[in-house]
Design a protein. Structure first.
Length: 126
């Protein structure tokens, strides 16, 4: 799919997919593709498999997920997606909640924790 003709134009490719195209001085830069989802639980049966099919099929660079409902009992090996690095922050002491990011391994993403980190807040910095 070609970027729109006007410069610095953004468009929504599909329901949860955002793919910006930026044109600068006749040079087109293809920015990373994002998949943003309020999952209402990736802990449900086959939810991670469905997510894996979506992000692989749409060739997504980074998937940002809220309401994962992951807890410490959900090991990374069970909720990981092949070809992607999983970063997550689970809600502690309450039901539901949690955030996660699946970044394509070629992006070399990792989690950054600020010095004033407060576990009350479900913030994930990558």
């Amino acid at each position: 799919m070609q970027p729109p003709a006007s410069s610095a134009t953004y468009y929504v490719e599909w329901f949860h997919l955002i793919k910006p195209y930026v044109t600068l001085n006749t040079t087109s830069i293809n920015a990373p593709s994002l998949y943003v989802l309020n999952a209402s639980s990736l802990a449900k049966p086959y939810a991670v498999e469905q997510l894996a099919a979506d992000i692989s099929g749409y060739n997504i660079d980074a998937a940002i997920i809220s309401e994962t409902h992951f807890k410490s009992r959900h090991s990374d090996s069970v909720v990981s997606v092949p070809g992607y690095t999983l970063m997550r922050r689970d809600r502690i002491g309450k039901r539901c909640g949690g955030v996660a990011m699946y970044a394509r391994e070629s992006c070399n993403a990792n989690t950054w924790v600020p010095s004033a980190d407060d576990r009350k807040f479900e913030l994930l910095w990558a």
